[in-house]
Design a protein around this ligand. Structure first.
Ligand SMILES: *[C@@H]1O[C@H](CO)[C@@H](O)[C@H](O)[C@H]1NC(C)=O
Ligand SMILES: *[C@@H]1O[C@H](CO)[C@@H](O)[C@H](O)[C@H]1NC(C)=O
Ligand SMILES: *[C@@H]1O[C@H](CO)[C@@H](O)[C@H](O)[C@H]1NC(C)=O
Ligand SMILES: *[C@@H]1O[C@H](CO)[C@@H](O)[C@H](O)[C@H]1NC(C)=O
Ligand SMILES: *[C@@H]1O[C@H](CO)[C@@H](O)[C@H](O)[C@H]1NC(C)=O
Ligand SMILES: *[C@@H]1O[C@H](CO)[C@@H](O)[C@H](O)[C@H]1NC(C)=O
Length: 418
């Protein structure tokens, strides 16, 4: 557009009129429709998660309530915790605490492991599948979920749940070999994705241990987490491929990453940043390479390599948390993921975990609560504050009268200068 002094003064008058109108009518100036939080979506996702719960406390993969995968359930709970801090109402936390009790009563007390469960749709009783996707991440997600819920609602004591947290720490430690965790006792791959989650699990344990003033547990978890930072930065980066190896096998043999594979290879590059794992490489470079290879990560119905060519589906959502940490606006990703889910009427493969993941994406990504030394009895709820410039934690923001005053002054002056 060509600029001239005439158009500038006309523009100033336009601004002046616009600001006066905004001031009088209190129109929202700063929140564009693309970056404002869709509270209706958050509420629908929260309701969907609640619809996956049963009176026995279980939180199923989907509303049919026939399968429990605790990794998905605890992702659902992370979303529920964020929904509560975003809406400012904690009435849903009863589902979270009931779920934690279910988890603890189904977890092995000797190993700290928990399997998947299934039941006939008419049955009340659950039966174990005698297997799980991983032991390390399942344990990590549980501790992350407990910490996140406690951080938003302290109207519960962690007494009944802490044995489950301690068991989960035991589960993570049990496959830790040279400081990093195998996926399962009999599945010897140290996935970078799992290390990212286990790190967040240990940091969440540190938070909870400080809440209950258990210095010994806090130190155990804090040093396990710190140890992982050095090891991942040292052994998982490939100097020849300029990316992270997505895993280390037996004897720490590397499994190199191929950027053209969305899952696990490319997603692994973003998982550490998504779960607040400190990397000493440029996260911005990882974000931009990821987007160059996988611009369709945010379209559940697009096809990509996972690792074979198939629908992207919904479980790539945490990649967006890393993109947020790179300062990128993910509101279009929130819209595209939500519109695909909504168009399918939240049909599987959308599930309780992906609902939780989407709530986090819409509200700034995952962040591990950090213990503030205000004492374990503080009842001040944790209020989520977005770190991203483009995503606001509240649904509307208004310019303060002071700013409007200066803008008016500036516009008026600029007319005279022009
Ligand atoms: C583990 O111990 C707790 C507390 O004693 C108990 O409630 C729970 O049922 C036990 N878990 C299993 C799988 O037996
Ligand atoms: C606190 O939790 C109890 C259940 O343990 C519940 O009955 C009560 O309504 C809760 N209070 C608030 C303020 O949420
Ligand atoms: C926390 O533990 C320390 C050391 O055991 C003790 O001195 C202190 O009084 C405890 N504080 C609280 C609030 O329980
Ligand atoms: C990252 O950390 C590893 C392990 O300490 C170290 O070997 C490497 O030189 C570091 N790289 C950068 C870019 O700081
Ligand atoms: C990376 O994956 C793509 C897609 O499967 C494949 O065509 C390509 O050969 C792979 N590259 C390497 C170096 O393995
Ligand atoms: C969700 O789907 C309903 C129809 O089932 C439609 O009316 C509505 O506009 C959709 N909302 C979004 C955000 O896509």
């Amino acid at each position: 557009m060509r600029k001239s002094s005439h158009s500038r003064s006309r523009l100033s008058i336009l601004f002046l009129v616009a600001f006066v109108l905004c001031f009088l009518s209190n129109i929202d100036l700063t929140t564009s429709s693309s970056s404002s939080l869709d509270m209706k979506m958050i509420q629908q996702l929260q309701q969907f998660i609640i619809d996956c719960t049963s009176p026995d406390g279980s939180l199923s993969v989907w509303k049919d309530k026939v399968d429990v995968n605790t990794y998905h359930s605890n992702f659902a709970i992370l979303g529920l915790a964020r929904a509560m801090s975003t809406t400012g109402t904690t009435t849903a936390s009863v589902y979270a605490w009931n779920w934690f009790r279910w988890f603890v009563s189904h977890q092995s007390n000797s190993t700290g492991y928990i399997t998947d469960y299934t039941r006939a749709s008419s049955a009340f009783a659950w039966s174990s599948t005698n297997d799980m996707d991983s032991t390390d991440s399942y344990a990590a997600l549980f501790i992350m979920a407990v910490a996140s819920v406690y951080a938003v609602d302290k109207n519960y004591t962690t007494n009944q749940i802490m044995p489950g947290v301690r068991n989960s720490v035991k589960a993570m430690q049990s496959t830790m070999q040279n400081g990093l965790t195998w996926a399962k006792p009999n599945y010897h791959i140290k996935y970078l994705m799992d290390q990212s989650e286990v790190y967040a699990g240990f940091k969440s344990c540190e938070y909870l241990a400080k809440v209950i003033n258990d210095t010994s547990l806090a130190n155990t978890c804090s040093s396990a987490a710190s140890g992982m930072i050095e090891l991942v930065n040292q052994y998982m980066w490939s100097t020849s491929n300029f990316n992270y190896n997505y895993g280390l096998g037996d004897s720490d043999v590397v499994t190199p990453s191929n950027w053209t594979i969305l899952y696990p290879d490319a997603a692994s590059q973003l998982w550490p940043a998504a779960f607040n794992f400190p990397l000493n490489k440029s996260t911005n470079a990882l974000c931009s390479t990821f987007l160059k290879y996988h611009p369709n990560w945010k379209y559940p119905n697009a096809k990509d390599y996972l690792p074979t060519l198939m629908n992207v589906n919904y479980e790539m959502t945490p990649c967006g948390y890393a993109l947020i940490s790179c300062g990128l606006d993910v509101s279009d990703a929130v819209s595209s993921i939500w519109s695909a889910a909504n168009a399918s009427n939240l049909a599987y493969p959308f599930h309780c975990g992906t609902a939780g993941e989407l709530i986090l994406l819409a509200t700034g990504g995952y962040s591990t609560p950090v213990y503030q030394n205000v004492g374990p009895t503080s009842s001040t709820p944790y209020v989520y504050k977005s770190s991203s410039k483009t995503i606001s934690g509240s649904s509307s923001q208004h310019l303060s009268p002071t700013i409007i005053f200066y803008l008016l002054l500036f516009s008026t002056l600029s007319i005279f200068i022009a």
